[in-house]
Write a protein that binds this ligand. Structure first.
Ligand SMILES: C[S@@+](CC[C@H](N)C(=O)[O-])C[C@H]1O[C@@H](n2cnc3c(N)ncnc32)[C@H](O)[C@@H]1O
Length: 327
């Protein structure tokens, strides 16, 4: 796979047939993820808000339809910021915040990198080169199995940092700062035998979650996590993983990076109201409208929409996302 920040869906479908189909799957509805934005409506009927994204809509002549925010034109960027609060976080901030999580886990600072200011004043980081040492009572396996989630993940820069989402600059594997990247660094440093590496990597992916409203960003996030896997495998073993291995990781990603309105725990815009015609006391026909109780009362437990499922990998069973809020 080339070193490019925009993973072209044509390349994906040509090189890894079936994978795009898995990456487009919505595991709650058992349909495909959908646009959930009107940004693509100028391409036609099948690109309107509620339409599912299918491979034909984004491959072939339409292979460039989906592109990272940094490559979208400025007017579109602005309207997405206005409508969906879409402002992406620079890598150095993602790094600084991810460091806070790790400082707490390791009970010390500077484990993965040290934050620095370059001569031109820009903030960055310097990756530590020595093998990571784990604190007393914690093993490397505990780190990869510790669950992390990026809420409203956009293109998931806190999880996988293949490129800086604000500048588009590619980031080498050895210098990445995402929560998944960090787990993979730990796996790369501790597991040399392919089956052990694969098993550990699978655990790492099963413990990385993220959700997003807009279908295009969601697909980009899923692609970024998948290509991160292929890049790491190739980096470690100097050969590409088989299609079966890639499919397994793609399936985990299709569960763990999902489409959801995070304020409601449901598939975006899936709440419905109804309008019934009934007779009143005087025999007159009247229209009675009901609204979604959850939307009306701003109560996350009472929506009429489709509540999203996520996979609990410990029991290998789907659970409702909102059930986590009770824990
Ligand atoms: C501020 S951006 C952050 C993206 C990414 N986490 C980052 O830091 O670069 C916000 C993202 O939230 C998404 N979003 C906005 N409202 C949402 C909602 N109710 N549920 C899920 N995602 C939402 C937008 O589509 C957008 O991609």
């Amino acid at each position: 796979m080339q070193v490019v920040i925009d993973i072209l869906e044509n390349d994906l479908i040509e090189k890894y047939p079936d994978i795009l189909i898995i990456l487009l799957r919505d595991q709650t509805t058992q349909k495909n993820i959908f646009w959930a934005t009107n940004n693509y409506i100028h391409f036609g009927e099948l690109y309107k808000f509620n339409s599912e994204i299918s491979p034909e809509l984004i491959t072939g002549e339409k292979g460039h339809v989906i592109m990272p925010r940094v490559q979208k034109d400025k007017i579109l960027q602005l309207s997405r910021s206005k409508e969906m609060a879409e402002v992406f976080t620079p890598s150095w901030i993602c790094n600084a915040q991810n460091n806070i999580v790790d400082n707490s886990w390791f009970e010390k600072e500077g484990v993965f990198n040290n934050e620095i200011v370059l001569k031109n004043g820009t903030k960055s980081w310097q990756t530590t080169q020595e093998k990571i040492v784990f604190p007393k009572g914690k093993a490397w396996q505990d780190y990869i199995a510790d669950t992390r989630m990026e809420i409203t993940c956009g293109e998931a820069p806190y999880l996988a940092s293949r490129y800086d989402t604000t500048t588009g600059a590619f980031i080498e594997i050895g210098n990445r700062i995402g929560l998944l990247d960090r787990k993979l660094r730990v796996v790369n440093e501790n597991a040399d035998e392919p089956s052990q590496w694969l098993m550990a990597t699978e655990i790492a992916y099963k413990n990385i979650y993220g959700f997003e409203w807009q279908g295009d960003s969601l697909l980009l996030a899923r692609e970024a996590l998948l290509i991160t896997f292929i890049e790491n495998f190739t980096h470690k073993f100097e050969s590409e993983p088989t299609l079966e291995i890639i499919k397994n990781i793609a399936r985990i990603i299709s569960w763990n990076i999902w489409q959801m309105d995070g304020l409601k725990g449901i598939i975006p815009n899936s709440c419905t109201g109804t309008t019934k015609v009934q007779e009143n006391l005087f025999g007159e026909r009247e229209y009675v409208s009901t609204f979604c109780e959850g939307c009306f009362q701003n109560n996350i437990k009472k929506h009429s929409g489709i509540y999203c499922n996520i996979m609990d990998w410990n029991i290998e069973k789907p659970i409702k996302f909102i059930s986590l809020l009770e824990k």
